[in-house]
Design a protein around this ligand. Sequence first.
Ligand SMILES: [Fe+2]
Length: 570
Amino acid sequence: MKYVLGISCGYHDSAAALIKDGKVLGACEEERFTGIKHDSSFPKNTIEWLMETYNVTSDNLHAICYYEKPKEKLNRIQLSLEKKPKKWYDIFYNTKKSILKRNQKSYEEIQNEIKKLCGKNTLIHYVDHHQSHLAYSYYTSPFHHSAILSVDGVGEWETTCLALGSKNNINKMGSINFPNSLGMLYSTFTAFLGFKPNEGEYKVMGLAPYGNSKKYKEKFDKLIKKGKNGTFEIDMQYFTYEYDDKSMFNEKLGQLFEIPNRLPEEELTQDHKDIAAGLQSLYEELFFDLLNVLYEQSQSDSLCLSGGCAYNGTANGKILQRTKFKKLYIPPAPSDAGSAIGCALDYHYRTSEIRVLNNNPFLGPGYGKQDILNAMEKYKDKIWIETKLKEQIVDVIAKEIKDGNVIGWFEGRIEFGARALGNRSILANPRDPQMKSRLNRVIKKREGFRPFAPMVKEELSKAYFYYNDTVPYMNQVVKVKEEHGFFLPSITHVDNSARIQTVNKNQHRYIYELLDKLHQINGYPIVINTSFNLKDQTMVLTPEDAIRTFLDCEMDILVLHNHIIKKKIL
Ligand SMILES: [Fe+2]
């Protein structure tokens, strides 16, 4: 029995995963337990849950894998800090030293925590940051031979990595080093546009279709010098992320774009939208250069994608159309969270040639009958409960969705990765023209410009969307067919796009049946699916979280497994 624990933490989206003989038994982001969005702390709660659930102790824990190499990373931080321009307050506060010390301390703490988990025979194994990304996407893919691309912020030194996976081997074919980083570039403009870096990138992507990508093209072109084989250099005179961990750009960037950076509470102007569009366009240009080089080098029809940038659904949705790749796989948690699985699988496949199927995204904690009964008992004064057979629930809920009600849907184990895939989801009618603004305003309390993502029955997806492949993990943005966009106003973006999730019966039996029923009564096998959480909160984990969140907002109905819950009017 070879239990291997994978850990990624210290930067953002901390996570842990447990594998046994190559099978991922469980994995979860620490934020799901702590409620702190993108929690970067050591994933104590997740590890505790994994070890308790699978009866793992330090005695039978074969290895602990860590998703990057701390020494190399500290070395990069130290060398990059040397480039920091001298300013009087830097000398006064000694900021260079404090940044390095903070990072050293953080790694020491992580290493101490890891040692505490070890038994006499437990090995500690450090894997390259990008190797962890590559391994996660390749080893959880259905391919035994595939090109792999990891596009990210930064690891030790690498920011981008091109590789070829063949059986149980991953061979790196090329890489780009810090500070030339597509992820850092995107995050810098996320900050420039007044959103949180490492968090608000999807908002910039959502804003881009409202802008004109040509308006700032010349300015964006000044930031980049293209090299051979898809490489590029960033003109660092505008950026500070190389040596500063608090800001990412300097005043020269605003001077170049002739616009000051936007503060979070400021209005979004057309200029901001044009910058978002220009950024997305530049990202795609460089991204597709890399993919074309990778195709030529690998001569593989399949592509596995990972790294934080693999959440850029707009670019991902164009891969099969704009490159020669014929098959695409993007795992559910391509950023650092997924690296907890990646580093453990990388370790496993060093000694094993037998590929193990790992295509289940529902890897977090699940809750039983008694947990649900206890939670309902606790809130019994505030809720009405109707208990039915799950099969009956689908019919009732489909009708409620058709009638314009917003449904909280809770079942099984929580999904791993940023997207709700049907176990912790909010569902609503995509045909209702008011639904986008209702969900944005009342439930998610977020900016009104972003549409919601649809789930669609896999085999019927082609009838409504211009996309021939399956998208099980909701990471590709595709075009809605003209004749349907008008009838699906709440999932269709201003540029006629939608970030789809295709669902088949094996993936999710009840969501599939719900889509089937909606097809009959609502004309479309499609439902809005957004993650089950309120603004600035993490996805609900327990049945109690679900009821509390349901009572805290204007959601109409909550489904907890086979119970339908409504609010009592007090
Ligand atoms: Fe990463």
